[in-house]
Design a protein around this ligand. Structure first.
Ligand code: PLP
Length: 410
């Protein structure tokens, strides 16, 4: 039987555990800066107005049914997703060098790539069969890759000193990594640090990886959330495609459409320009389909339908861009407000990183001890590594939070 010696009790997921603790807290002043989900200025979940519109349109459709989608998902959705992330005029798309499957949001896309690597990625140097992830990274990366038994190593990413990118550490490790290793890269708005390479730094990373025939695996969970501009946030991915890499891209619509629970996402395989490229894409696609079929059979329909309605209609697309700018704009204004409050309080330390970091998160630099103290004393919930979801701040609680930080660092 599955005794405790065979199946030990697993710890609770730290992030979902934090959410549960927040819900249990009865203090009216409590502040939730844990989960990476957008909140409006009243700390409420926000259904994007354009998503509401698409939802209404779908519900009015008398032909809507609950049939299975194909194994690769809704074609209108995956085609529009390709255009969104690679650019409508991408040569990779014109040359049919991309194959895409709809997945269970970004997590499912990362997992599908992981399962494919575990099965087919057998470099002649077995040392190279390793995926390098940033330290720190989204906690689930480690679980997803270890579940498929893909060896994981870290590359340095965050400098505790500057609270910015440890670019030197990052490139040194990539340089020392064996040829053909897989390198996982956050396309934009790095989770949990909010720190991204500059375009010049991306160019250096690409050139280094090219010289070592390494394989980029982009995880893109925040397109449009970092800068508010969908094209700008896809820049790194498009640059790598331009450089002729063969690569994976995991794309999530959880944050940028606010479709968290609907699980809409996409996995893309891109191969470099070569005479047999289109054949490679077809072959790889056939194997991805087998993996998909054995694991989920076919993806869930409704979230992808909503995204597809918006992505394929110019007017709704423009409205979406407006909604995205509202979300990213509110987050940026909260960064400024928090920094201004900390300046006003003359809180010890340098807090420039609050405005320099981008996207949904800020890596505050608070220690675990301080995080636990703020939770106990002031009912503010953030992850133990000091990450805060900027979207949890609003004009009603930013001063309260700044004061709590001020108290704990003195
Ligand atoms: N990748 C990163 C870096 C993330 O931060 C997230 C969500 O937090 C995801 C992937 C996937 O999220 P989902 O499965 O909800 O799309």
């Amino acid at each position: 039987s599955f005794g405790a010696n065979i199946v030990p009790q697993a710890p609770e997921d730290p992030l979902f555990g934090l959410m549960a603790a927040f819900r249990r807290d009865t203090d009216p002043k409590k502040v939730d800066l844990g989960i990476g989900a957008y909140r409006d200025n009243n700390a409420k979940p926000w259904v994007l107005p354009v998503v509401k519109k698409a939802d209404d349109l779908l519900r009015q459709d008398p032909n809507l049914n609950h049939e299975y989608l194909p194994i690769a998902g809704l074609a209108d959705f995956t085609t529009a997703s390709q255009k969104l992330i690679f650019g409508a005029d991408s040569p990779a798309l014109k040359e049919k060098r991309v194959v895409s499957l709809q997945t269970i949001s970004g997590t499912g896309a990362v997992h599908l790539g992981a399962a494919f690597l575990a099965k087919f990625y057998n470099p002649s140097n077995s040392e190279a069969k390793t995926i390098y992830v940033s330290n720190p990274t989204w906690a689930n990366h480690n679980q997803i890759f270890s579940n498929v038994k893909l060896p994981i190593k870290n590359y340095p990413y965050f400098s505790a000193e500057t609270k910015g990118l440890d670019f030197k550490g990052m490139v040194q490790t990539i340089e020392q990594a064996p040829e053909s290793s897989v390198i996982l890269l956050h396309a934009c708005a790095h989770n949990p640090t909010g720190v991204d390479p500059t375009q010049d730094q991306w160019k250096e990373i690409a050139s280094l990886m090219k010289s070592k025939s390494q394989f980029p695996f982009f995880d893109c969970a925040y397109q449009g959330f970092a800068s508010g501009d969908l094209n700008k946030d896809a820049w790194a991915i498009r640059y790598f495609v331009e450089q002729g890499f063969e690569m994976f891209v995991a794309q999530s619509y959880a944050k940028n459409f606010g479709l968290y629970g609907e699980r809409a996402g996409c996995f893309h395989f891109v191969t470099g320009p070569a005479s047999e490229a289109a054949d490679t894409a077809v072959r790889v696609g056939s194997q991805l389909a087998i993996l998909q079929r054995s694991e989920i059979s076919n993806p869930p329909a409704y979230g992808a339908r909503i995204a597809s309605v918006i992505l394929n209609d110019d007017k709704l697309f423009a409205e979406w861009e407006e909604n995205l700018r509202e979300m990213s704009g509110r987050i940026i204004s909260m960064r400024k407000a928090l920094k201004a409050k900390l300046d006003e309080l003359q809180t010890p330390g340098n807090w420039d990183h609050i405005i320099n970091q981008i996207g949904m998160f800020s890596f505050t630099g608070l220690t675990e001890k301080q995080v636990l103290k703020i939770r106990a004393d002031d009912h503010v919930y953030m992850t133990k590594n000091g990450r805060i979801s900027m979207a949890g701040l609003n004009t009603n609680n930013v001063e309260y939070f700044a004061k709590a930080v001020d108290k704990v660092v003195r």
